[in-house]
Design a protein. Structure first.
Length: 139
């Protein structure tokens, strides 16, 4: 069995944003040489997310607005976490809702997606570099 590991770096210029990382994950798969197996893609930061959904701008804006209703950034004083001097408690909650990781099957050397599925990096406390782990195992 083969094993491949690579870290991807992302810096989102704003506080919140989404990036389609499917091409980077496909490149990792190509580098790995794995034809049958699994790929794990996970955010290595507690205020960002990796998830699978449709690559549609309207949907992404819906996510931003829905998440802001669930866990508004302000007032920052409403969160006990922010008593430490931080202002990112909402980002922790948003990450919990959107998820830490995805696992995708690899079949015939390709990501085995359903219709319209793509992998996204979601950022909820941006403006600095953050890592995403791509771990591939298989034959």
């Amino acid at each position: 069995m083969k094993s491949f590991r690579k870290e991807l770096l992302f810096t989102i210029p704003g506080r919140v944003g989404f990036v389609n990382i499917t091409p980077q994950v496909e490149q990792c798969l190509k580098e790995s040489g794995v034809k049958e197996g699994l790929v794990l893609v996970n955010s290595m930061h507690i205020t960002s997310s990796v998830f699978i959904n449709d690559d549609e701008r309207g949907l992404h804006q819906d996510f931003v607005e829905w998440l802001e209703e669930l866990a508004p950034h302000e007032p920052v004083s409403m969160y006990r976490h922010n008593d430490t001097g931080e202002d990112n408690a909402d980002a922790h909650l948003k990450r919990t809702v959107m998820g830490r990781e995805v696992v995708v099957a690899i079949t015939g050397g390709r990501l085995d997606f359903g219709t319209w599925e793509q992998i996204f990096y979601g950022e909820f406390d941006g403006r600095r570099a953050k890592r995403v782990l791509v771990k591939i195992i298989g034959e």
